[in-house]
Design a protein around this ligand. Structure first.
Ligand SMILES: *Cc1c(COP(=O)(O)O)cnc(C)c1O
Length: 424
C-alpha cells in the first residue's frame, strides 16, 4: 500500500486533527510526529489554553467573588462536566462525576462496593491488570484484615493465548462466584488492547451475587460505553489517555443509580452534601441521591478546565462517529502491520475481531527490547509509539486526530527498523 493511497484515505475520511497541537518530529522526513501514544497521554486540544486563560482571568478579575460570578462559576463548576461525561460513558447525568484521580476513585468506590463478608471475600482481576489496580485491590484486602495473596484472584489467558476469554471469566464466576465479593476488570486491557464484554461479564458477576466494577482507563473515549444499560455497579476512568485532558488530569467516576441514596459506607467531605446545605455549616451532611455524594473536596478548577474543554469535543463529535472512524483506521493499520510482521519476529497480540478491541494494536517483538525499538522509531522516523517492557510496543491510532498517513508512516518505520528473518 502506497503513501498516495494513505493520503487519499485521509482526504476521504478526515478526523479532527486541526483541533489538536501535534508535536514536531525530532527525526525522519516529516515536520510533525506520527503520534500513536494517545493511549498513554492524549494530545493537547488547541482550545485548552484559551479556555484555561478565561477561567484564570476570572480569578484575577474577581477574587473570591468568582465562586458565583465567574463566567463559569467555580461553586457549581463540576456540574459543567456532568452532561458530557455522562454521555461519553452512557450514564444518566446523576451517575457520572469528574473528581480526583483514577486510583483514588477506585479506592473511594471500593470503600462502598468492596464489602467482604463470611466466605464471600474474593476480588477478581485479570493477571495483566495495570499495576496500580493490582496494588489498589491488594491494599483493600489488607485493609479488611484479609490476606491479599488469598483474596485477590488473577484470571489468566489459556496457555499459549494472549487474551482472556469471556467464557473463562464466566466459568470462574459460575464455579467460584459464591466466594467473590468484587469483580474489577479493565474494560480495555492496557497491554493487549483487548476489549472485554462488559455487559455479559457484568450480568454474570451480578447473577453470582458479586459487585461488578470496571476500570475504564483505556476504554473511555476509545469505545462506546453504556454503563447504565449494562447495569454496571461502578466504574472509574482517567482523562489523560484518550480523553486528552493533560498529564495527571482529573478522573471520572460512575455509580449506578440503584446505589444512589442508599445507606452505603462512604468517605465524606463538604462536597458530599447537597449544594444547598454546603454553607449551612451544620455538623451532619445531607448527601444528594446522586454520584455527587462520592465527592469529598471542592474541586481544583484549573485541573477541571482541560477536562471540560476536552469532553465538549467528544460530545460534539460523538462516540458513535468516532468509533466508526476508529474501526476503519485501526483496520487499515492492521492490514499494514500484517504485511510488516509476516516475515519478521513480530506478532500482533491484540484480538483480530474489531468487536473485541478499541483502537490500540499491540505488537510483541521476538527479539531486542521494546524501548530500543520505540527509541529508534522516534529518533529515526518521528513515530511515537510506546514500549511496555520487555517486549510489547503499543500503537494507538486515535480516531480524533490520527491519520491514515500516520499509520502508513508507522508501518514503514517498523519495517525499516526490524530486520526481516533470514536477512542480515
Ligand atoms: C493509566 C491507568 C491507571 C493510572 O492510574 P492513576 O491513578 O491515574 O495514576 C490505572 N489503571 C489503569 C488500568 C490504567 O490504564
Amino acid at each position: 500500500m502506497s503513501e498516495d493511497d494513505a493520503r487519499r484515505r485521509d482526504a476521504a475520511d478526515p478526523g479532527h486533527r486541526e483541533l489538536f497541537h501535534v508535536p514536531p518530529a525530532d527525526g525522519g522526513r516529516y515536520a510533525e510526529v506520527a503520534y500513536f501514544a494517545g493511549n498513554s497521554l492524549g494530545l493537547q486540544p488547541c482550545a485548552t489554553v484559551p479556555d484555561l486563560l478565561d477561567d484564570l482571568g476570572d480569578w484575577a478579575r474577581l477574587g473570591v467573588e468568582g465562586h458565583l460570578e465567574a463566567g463559569r462559576p467555580w461553586l457549581p463548576y463540576h456540574e459543567f462536566l456532568t452532561g458530557t461525561a455522562a454521555r461519553l460513558v452512557g450514564a444518566l447525568p446523576s451517575e457520572a462525576v469528574v473528581m480526583n484521580s483514577l486510583t483514588v476513585n477506585l479506592h473511594l468506590l471500593m470503600v462502598s462496593f468492596y464489602r467482604p463478608s463470611g466466605t464471600r471475600t474474593r476480588i477478581v482481576i485479570e493477571d495483566t491488570a495495570f499495576p496500580s489496580d493490582s496494588y489498589a485491590v491488594r491494599s483493600q484486602a489488607a485493609f479488611h484484615g484479609l490476606d491479599p495473596d488469598e483474596t485477590v484472584v488473577r484470571l489468566r489467558p489459556r496457555p499459549g493465548e494472549e487474551n482472556l476469554r469471556t467464557e473463562d471469566v464466566l466459568a470462574y464466576l459460575r464455579d467460584e462466584g459464591d466466594r467473590v465479593a468484587l469483580v474489577l476488570l479493565g474494560g480495555v486491557n492496557y497491554l493487549t488492547g483487548e476489549l472485554m464484554d462488559i455487559e455479559t461479564i457484568t450480568a454474570a458477576g451480578r447473577a453470582a451475587g458479586a459487585v461488578v466494577g470496571w476500570d475504564l482507563a483505556h476504554a473511555a473515549g476509545n469505545v462506546p460505553l453504556k454503563l447504565h444499560d449494562w447495569d454496571v455497579d461502578f466504574a472509574a476512568w482517567c482523562s489523560y489517555k484518550y480523553l486528552n485532558s493533560g498529564p495527571g488530569a482529573l478522573a471520572g467516576a460512575f455509580v449506578h443509580e440503584r446505589h444512589h441514596g442508599v445507606d452505603l459506607p462512604r468517605f465524606e467531605g463538604w462536597w458530599s452534601t447537597e449544594p444547598a446545605t454546603r454553607f449551612e455549616m451544620t455538623p451532619v451532611s445531607r448527601p444528594p441521591a446522586t454520584v455527587d455524594a462520592w465527592q469529598i473536596s471542592n474541586p481544583p478548577i484549573y485541573a477541571m478546565g482541560p477536562v471540560r474543554t476536552s469532553l465538549e469535543i467528544f460530545d460534539r463529535v460523538g462516540m458513535a462517529t468516532l468509533r466508526e472512524r476508529s474501526l476503519r483506521l485501526t483496520g487499515y493499520l492492521e492490514e499494514l502491520l500484517d504485511e510488516v510482521t509476516a516475515n519478521r519476529p513480530l506478532t500482533v497480540i491484540t484480538p483480530r475481531d474489531p468487536a473485541r478491541r478499541g483502537c490500540q494494536l499491540s505488537v510483541r517483538i521476538g527479539d531486542g527490547s521494546a524501548s530500543d525499538l520505540t527509541r529508534r522509531l522516534r529518533h529515526e522516523h518521528g513515530v511515537i509509539a510506546d514500549a511496555r517492557e520487555p517486549d510489547v510496543v503499543r500503537f494507538a491510532p486515535v480516531p480524533l486526530y490520527s491519520t491514515y498517513h500516520d499509520c502508513w508512516r508507522a508501518a514503514q518505520a517498523l519495517a525499516a527498523t526490524v530486520k526481516e528473518w533470514g536477512r542480515d
